[in-house]
Ligand binder design. Structure first.
Ligand SMILES: [Zn+2]
Length: 400
């Protein structure tokens, strides 16, 4: 049913129509411009991936007319956005200096392969999409409440993940170490493949940010547990046991859970009661195990960020409203407050947008309109906060 007309060979014919009729060129240019401010739009790097994977970097535009011409002339199969330079990137590519860049986050379901059981690698379904819902809600709240950022754009990556662009001035001018610090702050899962327990909260009071993340996780944990059946297989169960640092408790849990039916929910509930009883009886074990339940929930549910994308000043990231060359899906902009209603099958594709006869056409057209409206809202907010910042700066300089 989904993508029934999907045929990548049609892309060269469809893309010019999509870019002219459906791609929100005007808002897009305004978004890029306020992300460049105070530098000109033409200092922003765009890159195109053409048919046959030809890759063009250091492109830039002065205005919407140039964007339209460039899109028609090159017909990019993929559109990426880079940094803002001190000069037009095409002119000074050898000595151009990066001046600004949105603070970006890339969250991809392939980084969840060690916890998701429904799909692996490039595959994705509504069940594992729940990991993205949790990730979006946690990161969005942290960016707003812990960092005070407002201009936050959330974009579907086109296949199996989400991107976040923070356009506040303070975020755009952060240097690489600053970006690294934000990424580190948001990363609670540490250690590579060979390390079983990747979350350690110690025994002091939990940081507000962690408590808030746990509140989000708790809204979805039982649903995720039942849908993913984290602990129903022998491997799943042994994965849980590996996270228990106390050998006596581990063996008690292992013996009991092995005898239970395979339901993850039942095993989890039983695990919690064994844990609680154990802590009551062993006061000194308590210190090491204080946040064990929270640590396990976090390890299974907390966002996995691609830290290199966030830290790199110059990392190119797929543009909003770009078409995913493999799925034909549009990288739509969504509201973080509405991510729980996000349905992968409802994402417009270039095929449904261009074919009025397709069964999903009207739904997808509406969702495209909604996505553009969401985009506009963020752009208006960026423009407004940018104007306020300039006014404040002007007032400050008058006072001096
Ligand atoms: Zn899945």
């Amino acid at each position: 049913m989904v993508n029934q007309q999907y045929d990548p060979n049609l892309l060269p014919d469809m893309l010019p129509i999509y870019y002219t009729r459906h791609f929100p060129q005007k808002v897009f240019c305004r978004w890029l411009a306020c992300g460049c401010s105070p530098h000109p739009l033409s200092n922003r790097e765009m890159s195109f991936t053409l048919a046959d994977d030809v890759y063009l970097r250091y492109l830039s535009i002065n205005n919407q007319k140039e964007l339209q011409d460039l899109l028609q002339k090159k017909c990019p199969h993929k559109l990426d956005i880079g940094a803002v330079y001190n000069t037009k990137p095409s002119v000074g590519r050898y000595d151009a200096v990066v001046l600004a860049r949105e603070l970006v986050f890339d969250i991809d379901l392939t980084d969840y392969d060690e916890v998701r059981t429904c799909c692996q690698e490039a595959n994705v379904c509504e069940k594992c999409w729940l990991f993205m819902v949790i990730a979006c809600e946690i990161i969005d709240k942290a960016l707003k409440e812990d960092f005070g950022f407002q201009c936050i754009l959330w974009v579907f990556s086109g296949r199996r993940g989400i991107h976040c662009w923070v356009s506040d001035y303070e975020a755009r001018v952060l240097d690489s170490p600053g970006r690294g610090a934000v990424a580190d702050y948001l990363c609670l899962i540490t250690g590579g493949e060979n390390q079983s327990k990747k979350v350690h909260f110690g025994s002091e009071n939990l940081h507000t940010s962690i408590k808030r993340a746990l509140t989000v996780i708790d809204n979805y944990f039982l649903q995720l547990l039942e849908e993913q059946e984290f602990f129903s297989t022998p491997e799943g169960l042994s994965g849980l046991l590996k996270l228990i640092p106390d050998e006596t408790l581990k063996s008690q849990v292992g013996k009991k859970l092995d005898k239970l039916p395979q339901s993850s929910l039942e095993r989890w509930t039983s695990f919690i009661s064994i844990y609680e009883a154990y802590c009551r009886e062993n006061g000194n074990a308590m210190r090491k195990l204080k946040y064990l339940i929270e640590e396990i929930k976090t390890q299974y549910c907390y966002p996995r960020l691609d830290v290199n994308v966030t830290t790199g000043f110059n990392h190119l990231l797929k543009s909003p409203f770009s078409i995913h060359p493999k799925t034909g899906k549009v990288s739509i902009v969504f509201k973080s407050s509405n991510i729980k209603n996000f349905k992968l099958d409802d994402v417009p594709t270039i095929y449904t947008l261009l074919d009025d006869m397709s069964p999903n056409s009207s739904l997808h057209q509406n969702n495209m309109k909604e996505a553009i409206k969401n985009f506009q809202e963020v752009v208006f907010l960026c423009e407004k906060t940018g104007a306020m910042r300039r006014r404040n700066n002007a007032n400050t300089s008058i006072e001096f």
